[in-house]
Design a protein around this ligand. Structure first.
Ligand code: ACM
Ligand code: ZN
Length: 515
């Protein structure tokens, strides 16, 4: 039952919440709004309620339809929006408007519920959307159902005035769809859950050793070969044998470009930006399985069925055709995703092959590089030029600092906060995602009671205690910390309900940290 699946995490988070986030009995919203003033009484939404748009602005229309559709899906009153005028605004009504003259912060909103009116005013379309999310959390919990449960529910909303806006502009959730593949319906559900808690960035880890998940028209073997592995799902991740000769690769899947466009639009309707990640130069053996000419040795390779760590076979840094491949792939990626960022991975590149490869060593010599760390930096800087040529900004894991950071790169600090501190001091933007607070693939309770996980321990309480701004930074440097993100790597997380179990309630705690 969808209702319970939505509500349970909220209840749990409320129960386990610190006083810091405690609210009144009537008003319980996650993440906690900045200012709440309770007012006596309730507003009842019923079939006679008007829903009024103060203007025909695209954001107002989209948000109004979203609210009407959410109510309808939950079996609530079916409301038909109309434009506000001097007459209808006097009736019992929900009124949606924008105030984008800077009085309300861009992602902020004011929500005023009185017995006769509900006013939702956003500082932007996103702000209006968050005002609606707060309103939905004030409604009876059945609002989260899409099953048209019991009729006869009173859609009562406690009266209050709420002023709210986020602390950070970047509020992220990541999902690895390579280690296990999750179909587009689950991606939409993940986006819905994010939207409920006002998270605004979905980092979609689309490629990794165990499967390539995005259709690239120019390289069909990426979806014919790289997207599939021999199915050893019955064995523990680290004990799976490599695909044998003649063995069929049957586990996998990918998103067609039409799927991607559909999901990008779905996210846009919820004011979520999707940052696509295409891993390079490492975490790319699935590419080499289809195109061994991009490796240092020539292969052959198969798509790993589990983990053989480290994966020493990575893209060759001495082969210009590798950069042509990257350029072609990123051309299609940039056309599909409106996000200003493309994430190029950059993490955990084992240098074994580069040290032994004549082409890589020639590159080191020709470019006057000192070592393979500088070769990695050469690689990433060259990729940044490609990313910029597509009108995008590059973001990468903190290893991209090694050997010298690319000029305009944004850094995702995961091996602790040190990388983030160094990057911010150099004037680069940073997203904080340290393992100790943000790796939601770590188990959240005592290991004997939890499903097998990759290791690590990250209980809910610890997520609540996270502070993304390092004290070491000056206030000017702190401005480069755009926000924080939780990562869900899926080696040990094979199915959607397990992703939800890992994400929730910890995402609710992170939403309190970043909002
Ligand atoms: C990572 O966890 N390798 C970014
Ligand atoms: Zn090489």
């Amino acid at each position: 039952m969808k209702t319970l699946r939505y509500l349970f995490p909220a209840f749990l988070a409320v129960l386990l919440n610190f006083n810091l986030y405690a609210q009144s009995e009537k008003i319980q919203v996650i993440p906690k709004p900045a200012k709440i003033k309770e007012i006596k009484g309730t507003f009842r939404v019923d079939a006679s309620t008007s829903i009024l748009m103060a203007g025909k602005n695209e954001d107002i229309v989209r948000n109004t339809l979203f609210l009407c559709e959410t109510l309808r899906q939950a079996g609530g009153p079916v409301l038909s929006p109309v434009e506000m005028n001097s007459k209808n605004k006097k009736k019992q009504a929900i009124i949606l408007s924008l105030n984008d003259q800077g009085k309300i912060p861009a992602e902020g909103y004011i929500l005023k519920v009185t017995p006769k009116h509900i006013f939702i005013q956003g500082g932007s379309g996103a702000g209006l959307f968050y005002g609606i999310q707060t309103l939905l959390q004030l409604m009876p919990p059945e609002i989260m159902s899409s099953n048209k449960l019991k009729p006869g529910i009173s859609w009562d909303i406690p009266c209050a005035e709420i002023q709210d806006s986020p602390r950070f502009p970047y509020r992220g959730m990541h999902l690895d769809v390579s280690r296990h593949f999750f179909g587009k319906e689950f991606i939409k559900r993940y986006l819905d859950l994010m939207a409920t808690y006002k998270m605004n960035t979905f980092h979609w880890h689309l490629t990794d050793d165990n499967g390539w998940r995005i259709e690239i028209k120019k390289y069909p073997r990426l979806t014919q070969i790289s997207a599939w592995r021999a199915d050893h799902e019955n064995l523990p991740w680290r004990e799976r044998p490599a695909q044998k000769e003649g063995e069929k690769a049957t586990y996998g899947g990918y998103y067609s470009q039409d799927d991607i466009r559909e999901i990008v639009q779905y996210a846009k309707d919820r004011y979520i930006t999707i940052i696509p990640e295409i891993e390079m130069p490492a975490h790319s053996i699935e590419v080499l399985a289809a195109y061994p000419q991009f490796s240092c040795t020539g292969g052959p390779f198969t798509v790993p069925t589990g983990s053989y760590w480290p994966n020493i076979d990575i893209l060759c840094a001495g082969n210009d055709s590798v950069f042509t491949f990257i350029d072609d792939v990123l051309t299609e990626v940039a056309n599909l995703f409106p996000s200003k960022y493309i994430h190029i991975g950059g993490d955990e590149a084992d240098k074994t092959r580069w040290i032994a490869c004549p082409k890589c060593q020639k590159r080191v010599k020709d470019e006057g590089l000192k070592n393979e760390k500088e070769l990695q930096s050469y690689f990433i800087k060259r990729v940044e030029k490609i990313v910029i040529s597509k009108g995008k900004k590059m973001i990468g894991w903190d290893e991209i600092l090694e050997g010298g950071l690319a000029p305009e790169a944004t850094v995702m600090s995961w091996r602790g906060i040190e990388g983030g501190i160094i990057a911010a001091r150099q004037g680069h933007d940073v997203i904080m995602t340290p393992t100790s607070y943000c790796y939601f693939d770590y188990c959240q309770g005592e290991s004997g009671y939890e499903p097998t996980s990759i290791g690590g321990y990250l209980p809910l309480k610890k997520v609540y205690s996270y502070e993304p701004l390092p004290q070491e930074l000056s206030s000017a440097e702190q401005k480069h910390i755009l926000g924080a993100q939780a990562n869900i790597w899926t080696e040990y997380i094979p199915i959607p309900s397990h992703v939800e179990y890992m994400a929730i309630p910890r995402m609710l705690a992170l939403s309190e940290v970043v909002w």
